[in-house]
Design a protein around this ligand. Structure first.
Ligand code: ZN
Length: 414
């Protein structure tokens, strides 16, 4: 059957987004559904109910990832789509949720039209993508892809002191499906951009071709606190100054390296943090990102060298602790071309782009050809209740997802 004419039902898509957003709703239209919290459980229950209503065979794996399988006409590995439904504390209603709900909407569209695909389809949502409660982020998809041992992930301790294994059991999502279940032939994820590029340009669809590598460290500086009036400048061991100098260095480094390099100091804590006392302690974070692994390593090495010189010159002790490190990801050219072809055929403006944020798709890219579809985020605002994507763009993204899934699920070989 020719399915080229099929289109998703935008009203149905919006109703599901609204209903999921009612769970853990916060002021301003956003959501707070931290991973494995009561709110996350309620959100999971709602989505699993929808999966069953659509006739999907639901499996839950040992890290709590949930998969809804729609059978194909042939015994081939499935095409998978999905994302996450956990949010940060000040989350929006689209981040992650859109990808899962659009996957369900694609299934409902196919069900209603009686279209069967050669390959099976799987709609998935992965545990703790945000990392806002349990580190690291993208934990569920990382475990699924074999990048983190299950036992280590189950032992993760939340910011509230609870252990992941116990929380998974408490909310009833400690499943028994094997890790890596439904190993896909391809994975495609629809997500809001969470950045300003598409919105600023007025482009509807982003075909995501790569994803920045991320290097997170915590830098702890120990100097000596002393009187701000009586201590001569040359005799100071000022941890506050060193923290500020590091922030300035990183800004200069990003500017000098140019290209895709970005550097951020997002947190600085000073102690004792008083107006008339030279700070004895500073703890700050460095967030370095680049799409090129060699350049990212170069930025890390430059920071190391700077800190070494700074410690010597200022007579302070500096320790660094690695918080997260993910290499850049290059998505699959064939899946990217498929997204572009579908977007053109449906009449949507599109461009290739880089993802500045981490996504489950980067973990799935370890086990199968993968790529992502982005739709605009108004003003690039995300992880914020004000996160917004226009209904027409949500609809466009879901239609591109539907037809990308159809194209991939018709493929005999990859
Ligand atoms: Zn997300």
């Amino acid at each position: 059957m020719n399915a080229d004419h099929l289109r998703i039902d935008a009203a149905r898509l919006l109703v599901r987004l609204d209903r999921l957003a009612e769970i853990g709703a916060i002021e301003g239209g956003g959501c707070c559904r931290l991973a494995l919290s009561d709110e996350d459980k309620a959100g999971r229950d709602l989505v699993v109910g929808w999966m069953r209503d659509l006739g999907l065979a639901v499996s839950i794996d040992r890290i709590g990832n949930v998969f809804g399988l729609r059978a194909g006409t042939q015994a081939l590995p499935p095409v998978m789509t999905g994302s996450h439904i956990d949010t940060v504390r000040t989350g929006g209603r689209y981040d992650g949720n859109l990808g899962v709900i659009a996957g369900l909407e694609a299934v409902e569209t196919l069900n209603a039209a009686g279209v069967r695909t050669p390959r099976p389809l799987v709609v998935a949502f992965f545990t703790d993508e945000e990392g806002a409660r349990f580190a690291p982020d993208m934990l569920g998809s990382l475990v699924y892809a074999g990048g983190l041992p299950l036992e280590e992930a189950l032992a993760a301790v939340a910011i509230d002191g609870k252990v992941l294994r116990a929380e998974l059991q408490r909310i009833g999502y400690a499943g028994d499906a094997a890790l890596g279940i439904h190993r896909p032939s391809a994975y495609v994820e629809l997500h809001i951009e969470q950045g300003p590029v598409l919105d600023a340009e007025g482009t509807t669809i982003g075909a995501v071709e790569d994803l920045q590598g991320i290097s997170w460290q915590e830098i702890a500086i120990t100097g000596q606190s002393n009187h701000a009036g009586t201590t001569p400048m040359r005799l100071r061991h000022d941890a506050g100054y060193c923290a500020a100098a590091t922030a300035c260095f990183l800004r200069g480094l990003a500017r000098e390296m140019g290209g895709a390099q970005v550097c951020t100091v997002g947190r600085i804590d000073l102690g004792p943090n008083l107006i008339n006392v030279i700070a004895a302690r500073a703890t700050l974070t460095a967030d370095l990102r680049n799409t090129d692994e060699a350049l990212l390593r170069q930025a890390e090495a430059r920071l190391d060298a700077f800190l070494e010189t700074l410690a010597r010159d200022e007579g302070v002790a500096i320790r660094t602790k690695r918080l997260a490190r993910f290499e850049p990801v290059t998505f699959d050219p064939a899946v990217i071309r498929c997204i572009e072809g579908v977007s053109s055929r449906l009449g949507y403006g599109h461009r290739r782009m880089t993802s500045g944020a981490g996504h489950d798709a980067q973990m799935l890219a370890r086990v199968c050809p993968a790529a992502m579809i982005f739709v605009p985020s108004v003003k690039g605002i995300s992880h914020n209740a004000a996160e917004f994507t226009a209904p027409a763009d949500l609809e466009a993204g879901a239609n591109v997802l539907l037809h990308t899934l159809l194209a991939l699920a018709a493929k005999e070989a990859f």
